[in-house]
Design a protein around this ligand. Structure first.
Ligand code: NAP
Length: 867
């Protein structure tokens, strides 16, 4: 007789995983009064701390900070015995939390989820487990961890070895006695680096197979930091608040010292202090620019290599242990206890797999290209299919029977690293797109869980039963996650952050690198804006405030934050003289821009007197004449000079291979309209006439400008056309002023808060031109005759009040038959592109500008662009 189908158990929510995240999620859901079942494949709570029992397993975040904060009494009662606690102690802690809050009664252990399917008509998740049970729930929450799916061994012959095989991530509960054995360890990530010194104590011979040398610093483990304990005892709440709003989830004073400009003494002092401290966020914060600037990063990396060479006695082994194929920090650095010292032991040997790759695992050991090794035991410390592995393996099927693995085939896509479209009511804790592995996990997990719990509470109060991100919200977040990574050195490494450790896995930067603080703010903003980017539905109602929570480039946002802290007066409240002084003062410490071949200053006869110019000649071969670009600086006809736009001119010169002649012009209010425009035209005429002596190619001349400089560049083109010359090959107008109408939508949207404000623009116009003159094409070129003008490249920035007039000029030129390339600086403000080497995200736009300038001169000698 057939067994009657069992009735699925029904819960409000199912949580998968009973580690740090799952336990707290369960706690919060119960607090909300929801019925919850947690499913855990292990035999007990603990998650990563249940499985990773290899010798030496410890956390690499100080335990004072690697703990829950939701239970203040527990915080006071529990004392960690060490600065970095061992795996057994952390597991004990998690067991205590489970017992203390009676969580075990809602956890089914040894229960592996085999599939989860969204039942569209029922609006519920149907979950099956390894025991054949079916469970139904409204909310399905994956708390499966980022590093929980061990990477399968792709090494040839892995199944053939007849000796003992161990995986650090699945170490036997009873331990492994390696006493007197010949042991191989494959892998030198955190797990390998932590376990190798302890395995060396037991083994008679230890051979470490290293594919990539890794950066590691001494943990200096011992008692918990007295300083942190004191801060906690004095002001626990303040300390925890600071952690929640810090970059990495630990209160840290971020440095503003740049490696490239610091003195040798300061560099050394900061490095030695971080080395002695033995904390990851310390060594990652020696210089403000070490994560983004290769030269600064090299300084830190070089000093770590010096340390390795000073510890390891055999120079060949020392050199092989020195990491040299990735920037420091771009692969997770390790904290060790005696790792490099271990290689001084006579029975320990390093095999550099770059020099002699593994050919195969054999029945007796390992065969490399050069040698055969016999072993009694092989330890795989080869890592995880990080961040996506456990989620994809969980066989989750969303709307229209679409599997998550299929949706993420080209890389994961999430909204806030918490949800993904097509999978309603599926929450993922610390998923791709969240700070997770780049942060103190304990802090990030509490934030995620609190957000999800708050969301479910809000939904219940408003009568909603489903929530799902919109395509726009999600693609905007994905873009932001990649934008944040793109300005750093991180995507350059073959790291598990990039999915590069798993053969065939798409290369996408997985975690959110914008910071715990920025992430928390984004999540809060989403809620404050009525669950922006989410669609919520409930009986008889739906809500969708569609949109993108972060559209600005992250480094632009940082510049604005920094400026806000300076408390500068609004420019438009100052006299012209004071505004000029302020502008000069704020430019003092900015990066200088790229090197060019030669910079010379000279003087041009202008429309009413001499005009200073600065000429930039590109570096490199071939020698000989180059096309010419006459450039006009920005500053609303009032501010600016040859120095103000110097970095941009260098950049344009280096990228385009053209000689750039930056010309100063008469400024308002001393010389009002149309003085600047007439000077610009006079300068263009003079440069064209003196092309040869300036090192230019006669007849190959473009004009360029930024902001008001672009205004007079555009006017000069119209005047040149009307005067029958000089011939202009192209006009590059970066965020141009082309009209005096301050009512376009971009003025409404961006008129305040992005440096160039509506008020400042009005101030500029007031200084420059009488109202009666502002419609004159010499002031507002958009209103002129546009036929027969040179090809144009117009660059607009999303957060610029002038954005729409730039677009309008492009459209009007096109309508007049002028070839136009409209380049959008996505997520930028009016001034972004001039902040060369400060706003790194502007580099791709400036590269495009360089390409456009080259295209103005199709017959010029080709020249490699700068990278
Ligand atoms: P991992 O950092 O990915 O390191 C794996 C190691 O195995 C790497 O050296 C890798 O070389 C090597 N490897 C992988 N496949 C190989 C192959 N086919 N042949 C030869 N070598 C191979 O993994 P993990 O050490 O387990 O650490 C993962 C993450 O877990 C850490 O980054 C950290 O976030 C976390 N963790 C933390 C701690 C802690 O201190 N609290 C401890 C352990 C782990 P390549 O570099 O060339 O790929």
């Amino acid at each position: 007789m057939n067994k009657p189908p069992s009735v699925p158990e029904q819960f409000d929510a199912v949580v998968v995983g009973a580690g740090f995240a799952g336990l707290y999620m369960l706690y919060r859901l119960r607090e909300l009064g929801l019925s919850v079942r947690a499913l855990e494949s292990a035999g007990d709570v603990g998650g990563t701390w249940y499985w990773n029992r290899y010798p030496g397993a410890r956390c690499d975040i100080p335990t004072t900070d690697y703990a829950y904060t939701f239970d203040p009494d527990l915080e006071k009662e529990w004392t960690w015995s060490e600065k970095y606690a061992t795996q057994p102690e952390i597991l004990d802690y998690l067991r205590l939390v489970a017992d203390r809050h009676g969580l075990r009664s809602d956890i089914e252990f040894s229960a592996t989820v085999t599939s989860a399917r969204w039942d569209e008509p029922e609006e519920r998740w149907a979950i099956t487990t390894s025991s054949g049970n079916e469970i139904r729930c409204r909310y399905y929450i994956m708390a499966t961890g980022c590093l929980s799916m061990p990477k399968s061994s792709e090494i040839e012959g892995a199944g053939r070895f007849r000796g003992q095989v161990y995986f650090t991530s699945r170490w036997p509960h009873e331990g492994a006695d390696l006493t007197g054995q010949r042991v191989a360890v494959i892998g030198t990530g955190s797990s390998g680096i932590q376990s190798i010194p302890l395995i060396a104590r037991q083994a008679s011979q230890l051979t470490v197979f290293q594919r990539t040398a890794n950066f590691s610093i001494p943990a200096h483990n011992g008692a918990p930091s007295a300083d942190r304990l004191e801060q906690l005892s004095e002001d626990r709440d303040g300390y925890r608040h600071a952690a929640r709003w810090s970059r990495g989830g630990i209160p840290t004073d971020l440095t503003d010292i740049f490696g490239v400009t610091a003195s040798e003494e300061v560099r050394r002092e900061r490095f030695e202090a971080a080395w002695a401290q033995g904390e990851l966020f310390g060594i990652l914060n020696i210089f403000a620019d070490q994560g983004v600037n290769p030269a600064s990063n090299d300084i830190v990396a070089g000093m770590i290599r010096e340390k390795i060479r000073s510890i390891v006695q055999d120079p060949v082994t020392a050199e092989a242990l020195c990491p040299n194929d990735h920037y420091f920090g771009t692969k997770r650095p390790c904290l060790d206890t005696g790792y490099f010292e271990t290689f001084n032991l006579p029975h320990v040997r390093l095999v550099d797999l770059r020099a002699q790759p593994i050919v195969s695992i054999t029945e007796d050991g390992i065969e490399t290209a050069d040698e055969s090794f016999g072993f009694d035991a092989i330890v795989y410390a080869t890592g995880f299919d990080a961040m996506t592995g456990a989620l994809v393996a969980a066989d989750i099927t969303g709307r229209d029977d679409a599997p998550l693995g299929e949706k993420w085939a080209a890389g994961p896509s999430t909204y806030l690293g918490l949800m993904t479209t097509g999978f309603p009511n599926l929450f993922m804790l610390t998923a791709p797109g969240s700070p997770s592995v780049l942060s103190n996990m304990a802090v990030s997990i509490e934030q995620h869980v609190d957000w999800v719990a708050g969301c479910l509470r809000d939904m219940r109060e408003a009568g909603f039963e489903t929530i799902e991100p919109t395509a726009l919200g999600e693609s905007g977040w994905d873009q932001h996650v990649q934008d944040c990574a793109a300005i750093t050195l991180y995507p350059t490494a073959n790291s598990w952050y990039m999915g590069a450790n798993v053969p065939g896995k798409p290369r996408v930067f997985l975690p959110y690198i914008g910071g715990v603080d920025a992430y928390r703010k984004a999540c809060d903003d989403v809620v404050e804006q009525g669950y922006l980017g989410f669609r919520l539905t409930g009986p008889g109602q739906a809500q969708c405030h569609d949109g993108v929570v972060r559209r600005m480039q992250p480094d632009v946002a940082l510049v604005l934050e920094l400026l806000a802290t300076l408390g500068l007066p609004p420019m438009d409240s100052l006299s012209a003289a004071d505004a000029r002084s302020l502008m000069a003062a704020t430019a003092v410490n900015r990066p200088p821009g790229p090197e060019v071949g030669e910079v010379t200053d000279g003087v041009i006869p202008g429309a009413a007197g001499d005009l200073p110019y600065r000429l930039y000649r590109p570096a490199g071969l071939p020698e000989g004449p180059r096309p010419l670009v006459v450039y006009f600086h920005g500053g609303g006809w009032v501010l600016g000079n040859l120095d103000s736009d110097d970095p941009l001119c260098r950049d344009l010169c280096a990228r385009s291979g053209a000689v750039v002649v930056s010309v100063n012009y008469r400024h308002a209010p001393e010389d009002r309209f149309p003085a600047a425009a007439l000077d610009a035209f006079a300068a263009v005429q003079w440069v064209a006439a003196h092309a040869t002596e300036l090192g230019g190619i006669p007849g190959q001349l473009a004009v360029a400008g930024w902001s008001a400089g672009a205004n007079i560049a555009a006017v000069a083109c119209q005047l040149a056309r009307d005067a029958g010359g000089p011939q202009i090959s192209g006009q590059l107008l970066i965020c141009p002023v082309v009209d005096s109408d301050l009512t376009r939508p971009s003025y409404e949207e961006n008129g305040d808060g992005y440096i160039l404000t509506t008020a400042l623009m009005r101030w500029f116009w007031d200084h420059y031109a009488d109202p009666a003159d502002r419609g004159d094409p010499l002031a507002a070129p958009l209103r002129g005759n546009l036929a027969g003008l040179p090809p144009a490249c117009i660059v607009t920035a999303d957060f610029d009040p002038l954005r729409d007039e730039g677009v309008a000029y492009a459209r009007a030129l096109e309508a007049a038959g002028v070839p136009v390339r409209l380049t959008r600086a996505r997520g930028h403000i009016h001034t972004s592109l001039t902040m060369v080497d400060l706003v790194i995200s502007g580099a791709p736009v400036r590269a495009e500008i360089g390409d456009t300038l080259r295209a103005f001169f199709p017959n010029a000698v080709p020249q490699e662009p700068v990278s």
